[in-house]
Design a protein around this ligand. Structure first.
Ligand code: FNR
Length: 184
């Protein structure tokens, strides 16, 4: 069986290191795991007043993409030791309407990356906390707090040999986790 993984990226900028990492993980993924980036930048800020029938088209399309996925991979920077607002907004949109969360029960992993030394630990854990609450079975090991991420890609966009083995290990372990925990 092939598993479809929706990939959410917490940075909206074009040259995002986290986006490059997400694409690298998609390249390294084993054959039974199909990673697809689902964009979150155009989702209106979550507001219960607009989330009525009909919901905003961007909400509906986003929820449909997640509903069609078997698992979700979150790749995010850290903003002010916390979750970047676009990522938190995406989680909030996905979690509603109440009782119809598009995330519930789906296996998930969190990768955080930063040019700084701490590797986005704060964002990673705060995001994990929300996802645990949303009843997602979370991959626990290996943890992925990727510090020094400013050196991961050279000017031509090539992934550094220093980080590639870890990304390979991460995505292989995530694939095994998805196989074990995804709803059939
Ligand atoms: C940052 N950055 C940052 N880095 C970090 O390690 N811890 C932090 O708390 C913050 N805070 C923060 C706040 C805001 C508003 C911005 C814009 C940036 C730096 C951040 O890690 C850096 O810009 C990364 O390159 C962002 O990830 P992308 O866009 O390259 O994926």
């Amino acid at each position: 069986k092939t598993y479809n993984v929706a990939v959410l990226i917490g940075s909206l900028r074009k040259a995002s290191i986290n986006r490059k990492l997400a694409l690298a993980l998609a390249d390294l993924a084993p054959q039974n795991l199909q990673l697809k980036i689902v964009e979150i930048g155009e989702l209106p800020l979550y507001n219960e007043d607009i989330d009525v029938d009909p919901a905003p088209a961007a909400y509906t399309a986003f929820r449909q993409e997640l509903n069609a996925a078997d698992a979700v991979l979150f790749v995010t920077p850290e903003y002010n030791r916390s979750i970047p607002a676009p990522m938190k907004n995406a989680v909030d949109v996905a979690s509603r309407p109440y009782g119809k969360s598009a995330l519930s029960g789906k296996p998930a992993g969190v990768v955080s990356a930063s040019p700084g030394a701490v590797g986005g630990f704060g964002a990673n854990h705060q995001l994990r906390q929300a996802l645990v609450f949303l009843d997602m079975p979370m991959l626990q090991q290996p943890e992925a707090y990727l510090g020094g991420a400013g050196n991961f890609f050279d000017d031509s966009g090539k992934l550094s040999d220093s980080v590639k083995p870890f990304l390979q290990k991460y995505i292989d372990t995530f694939a095994a986790w998805v196989e074990k925990t995804a709803k059939s």
